[in-house]
Design a protein around this ligand. Structure first.
Ligand code: SAH
Length: 219
């Protein structure tokens, strides 16, 4: 077993023990996706420490425990069409691609073109490019072209749940998003039932970089 693989296995074990990784599909995906391929080269040795890491342009790849919690709440499944807002390094997109499989697809929107480009390269190198479409744009408006989605995940913080994202979620769908002010947020898990009614569950407190756009923060 490679050095990183061994570190990955240990981290996943720890996250399961801590209760952060409470979905079987999320667990399997985190065992398979090489996080070291999504962090800047000089930080690779820190890929399996449970910390967010800088990826340039003032942005970060989320801590593994945050990816674990969000992915566990999201409950993505094989065949799902998933929308992610905030591609960053492409790591979360790869985790989702691993889960949805060849029958599903991940659309991920990033506002900084250079990050979108790096993410595309990372996804290509790790073999997930076919299942992921990286779009440059303002994800606070969602991505109407491929709506509606089975699942929507936002990995940047928003003052409120952007209305377009609620509209672009299928009945029976789940949306996970950090909501709050610039300094502290809380994970919201939004369930849309088959009649279109919403139920919001509030999860852990967290800190994300801001969602900057029409339905997020103004830069
Ligand atoms: N999920 C990423 C981490 C995301 S960091 C990963 O796995 O690495 C949050 C990202 O959201 C940043 O790259 C930031 O540029 C992006 N972002 C902020 N506002 C956005 C918007 N309105 N639309 C799309 N992306 C946005």
């Amino acid at each position: 077993m490679g050095e990183y693989e061994e570190q990955r296995r240990r981290l996943v074990e720890l996250l399961v023990e801590e209760g952060a990784l409470f979905d079987e599909y999320a667990q399997r995906a985190m065992l398979r996706v090489p996080r070291e391929e999504f962090v800047p080269e000089h930080l690779r040795h820190m890929a399996y420490i449970d910390e967010p890491l800088p990826i340039g342009h003032g942005q970060t790849i989320s801590a593994p425990s945050m990816v674990a919690i969000m992915t566990s709440h999201l409950k993505a499944r094989p065949g799902h069409k998933v929308l992610e807002i905030g591609t960053g390094s492409g790591y979360q997109a790869a985790i989702l691609a691993e889960i949805v499989g060849d029958e599903g697809h991940v659309y991920t929107v990033e506002r900084i073109p250079e990050l979108a480009e790096t993410a595309r390269r990372n996804l290509e190198r790790t073999g997930y490019a076919k299942r992921v479409t990286v779009i440059v744009g303002d994800g606070s408006q969602g991505y109407r072209e491929k709506a509606p989605y089975d699942r929507i995940i936002v990995t940047a913080s928003s003052p409120d749940i952007p209305r377009p994202l609620i509209e672009q979620l299928k009945p029976g769908g789940i949306l996970v998003i950090p909501v709050g002010d610039r300094y502290m947020q809380r994970l919201y898990i939004v369930y849309k039932d088959k009649h279109g009614s919403l139920r919001i569950e509030k999860g852990v407190y967290c800190l994300f970089v801001p969602l900057i756009g029409k339905y997020g923060w103004t830069a």
